[in-house]
Design a protein around this ligand. Structure first.
Ligand SMILES: [Zn+2]
Ligand SMILES: [Zn+2]
Length: 359
């Protein structure tokens, strides 16, 4: 028996319970988890904002050690440290053929598979392909990437979602250039990674925005040069901080209509807004035709940082090794599996950065 955090049904509380995992079949890898980050998308699966087959073992941002490999797996071997990639690309669909692997239409096909069994015999799915809230997991080989040299194995878990997303939002989606000004809305795990990425990109000013006044220190440690507690005056305050113009780039890491609209209004004429946050269908953002013309701004979505993990991880790892990117600064709490429901509550209350389950 392996302990895991299982979502029995949408809207139901998580169960921390024993599961039975099969041995890895052809093309699969069994991993003993070292750490797993608690991401807002796990919460979005529990409340139904995102829909995937349940009951499911949640958790999609993880790292660990390979225990055994199935037939045909050659890129990792038992004993190797690995990062989990919850969105493996197929390489053959239309977006993949265009090189936009983050939009792979087959990326979440694995979520429909039966992944494990609960003690009472229920079949369990792997929440977002990987089922990382468990002492061990069995995943498809493309979900496993070797941990880059010099990156601590536990903190490496964060590479698999928050870091790739924040890094990619800055470097691929918004394409921040040295000297530009950036505002980051939402100082959670992804927001903190985005702040660090903006600093590394050479942004001349980085404004962090959050509803909580308590995250200022965290934000400044990640690279924020100014901190704004969200209010109806946020856009005005950001313009004031940038010579009356507004920032060149806004990154929205919340997924709410009001923050998307405010982020857009905070950018200069011709500015770019990247939406990383995942919101629900009830979050309608409205623009009138004249302002779209007048401001000449760009608003774009960003999926998994518009990132190719295999290409980006070595680049990010180099910044970790030279001390520019501090993975540990994203983690505000280290917990056990039993601490996940509490970490969900903290996220709902808008507290902290990333909670990391350490096994
Ligand atoms: Zn995530
Ligand atoms: Zn594909």
């Amino acid at each position: 028996m392996i302990r895991a955090a299982v979502l029995p049904a949408v809207g139901a509380p998580l169960e921390i319970t024993g599961i039975e995992l099969p041995e890895p079949g052809p093309g699969q890898v069994r991993i003993r988890l070292t750490a797993a980050g608690v991401c807002h998308s796990d919460l979005s699966l529990t409340d139904g904002t995102m829909r995937l087959p349940v009951p499911a073992v949640l958790g999609h941002e993880g790292s660990g050690t390979v225990v055994s490999v199935g037939e045909g797996v050659t890129h990792v071997a038992p004993g190797d440290g690995v990062v989990l990639n919850w969105a493996p690309s197929c390489g053959t669909c239309h977006p993949c053929s265009l090189g936009e692997v983050w939009l792979c239409v087959n990326a979440l096909n694995g979520a429909a598979n039966v992944h494990a069994r609960a003690a009472d015999g229920r079949e369990l799915h792997p929440g977002l392909n990987v089922g990382a809230f468990a002492e061990e997991t069995v995943v498809a080989a493309p979900c496993v990437l070797p941990v880059p040299e010099g990156v601590p194995l536990a903190d490496a878990a964060l590479l698999g979602c928050a870091v790739l997303t924040g890094w990619g939002a800055v470097h691929h989606s918004a394409r921040v250039r040295a000297g530009e000004t950036v505002a980051v809305f939402g100082v959670g795990g992804v927001g903190l990674a985005t702040l660090q990425a903006a600093r590394i990109a050479g942004a001349s000013a980085v404004v962090a925005v959050d509803v909580s006044p308590e995250k200022e220190e965290l934000a400044r440690a990640a690279g924020a040069t100014a901190y704004v507690v969200a209010s109806e005056n946020t856009a005005r305050e950001i313009r004031k901080l940038t010579g009356g113009h507004g920032v060149d780039v806004a990154v929205e890491c919340v997924g709410r209509a009001v923050t998307i609209r405010t982020a857009w209004e905070s950018t200069r004429r011709g500015g770019r807004t990247t939406v990383v946050g995942i919101g629900g269908k009830d979050q309608q953002v409205s623009f009138h035709a004249l302002e779209i013309f007048h401001w000449g701004r760009t608003l774009s979505g960003c999926v998994y940082g518009n990132s190719d993990p295999a290409a980006d991880l070595p680049v990010i790892a180099a910044h970790i090794r030279d001390g520019a990117f501090d993975l540990g600064a994203l983690v505000t709490e280290r917990i056990t599996l039993d601490g996940i429901p509490g970490a969900f509550d903290a996220m709902l209350a808008g507290k902290g950065g990333r909670a990391l389950v350490v096994f």
